[in-house]
Design a protein around this ligand. Structure first.
Ligand code: BTN
Length: 332
């Protein structure tokens, strides 16, 4: 769906929500959104297919009577108490990837804190060229545009800050215990329930903008066979459904608090919290796939810029900037 059409559809839902107790005529809706009555009729059918209950009275109009669990910006805006994150919100029913939309919007100059959410991604992207499984309306698929005053080499800290915020939300809002696998996989009972893909556009010495893409498996009841061993959801681990809206509201608040602290006080505030929340920070025997080689060793903390420090058997310490970390299964 084109962005302009998606914005209008969002306005349309807003109008239906604002008039939830009365019938609104197709003509009035079409007039205020500057679209044809036929478009309104098509949108109504599309929303009905998404689970919205909309009554249709010929010659009178439309009335919204029931809203399914959708990430409606109007509801999020009403409860949001942040200064920066989520002050401008874009919601889509289906996109290829919210990170792709965020890049387009950032290039058009949209401000820091712009939030892009989708009910479904058809080409959700993960780290290291992987896909991100994005089943419709059960997960959180969002991206945030940030414009931090940081040198590109400090960008990894933002990534760790996002992981701390997600871990805190899952612990505080869902009462589940989390672990963070470097750099930013959030595990519950050793299974991955959330991942973060941070991308940036930068000059040699200045970040132009960053896109922080966060995926959280919230109410998934099952996963494709290929993912079942590593992936899980908050529903599967917690034994109940969770409100995606509530999780997003808390996430934006925690991430903003840490993001502002980071800019005022420097990276230690993030590093300390990350280390406190992760069993991978120290004393974990890990293998790291660096693409061209694999190393084994024991973790000995984080470097100033968010690198994972691994002590090899030779005693030498490697600072990992990017790679896939797994628990080392020592050969017998
Ligand atoms: C990973 O662990 O590999 C990172 C997964 C990141 C997934 C999120 S979902 C929202 C945003 N849009 C994407 O295409 N990817 C990120």
């Amino acid at each position: 769906m084109l962005q302009e059409e998606a914005r209008k559809l969002d306005r349309f839902i807003q109008l239906l929500l604002a008039n939830a107790t009365v019938f609104v005529s197709g003509e009035k809706l079409a007039g205020s959104l500057k679209v044809s009555r036929m478009t309104i009729c098509n949108w109504v059918h599309r929303l009905q297919a998404q689970g919205m209950v909309i009554e249709i009275k010929p010659k009178i109009g439309y009335r919204l009577t029931q809203v399914p669990d959708l990430l409606l910006p109007q509801l999020i805006r009403r409860e949001l108490h942040t200064k920066v994150l989520g002050r401008s919100i874009y919601h889509y029913f289906q996109v290829k990837s919210t990170n792709d939309v965020a890049h387009q919007l950032a290039q058009q100059g949209l401000p820091e804190g712009t939030l892009i959410m989708a009910e479904e991604q058809t080409q959700g992207r993960g780290r290291l060229g992987r896909d991100w499984y994005s089943e419709k309306s059960v997960g959180i698929y969002l991206s945030l545009i940030l414009r931090p005053d940081l040198k590109p080499r400090h960008a990894a800290i933002i990534n760790l800050a996002a992981a701390v915020a997600v871990s805190r939300v899952i612990e505080c809002t869902c009462s589940l215990t989390t672990d963070i696998k470097w750099p930013n996989d959030i595990l519950v009972n050793s299974k991955k329930c959330s991942g973060i893909l941070t991308e940036m556009s930068a000059d040699l010495d200045q970040i132009k903008y960053m896109v922080v893409g966060i995926g959280i498996n919230v109410n998934h009841q099952s996963f494709p066979k290929s993912l079942q061993e590593q992936a899980s959801s908050l529903f599967l681990e917690g034994g109940r459904r969770f409100s995606r809206t509530e999780i997003i509201l808390a996430l934006l608040r925690y991430f903003e608090d840490l993001y502002l602290e980071l800019q005022e006080q420097g990276s230690d505030v993030v590093l300390e919290q990350w280390i406190r929340r992760s069993s991978f920070a120290r004393g974990k025997e890990v293998s790291v796939d660096l693409g061209d080689k694999k190393i084994h060793g024991t973790t000995v903390g984080l470097g100033k810029e968010g690198t994972l420090r691994v002590k090899l058997c030779s005693g030498q310490i490697e600072d990992i900037v990017s790679g896939d970390v797994v628990i080392w299964e020592r050969p017998n």
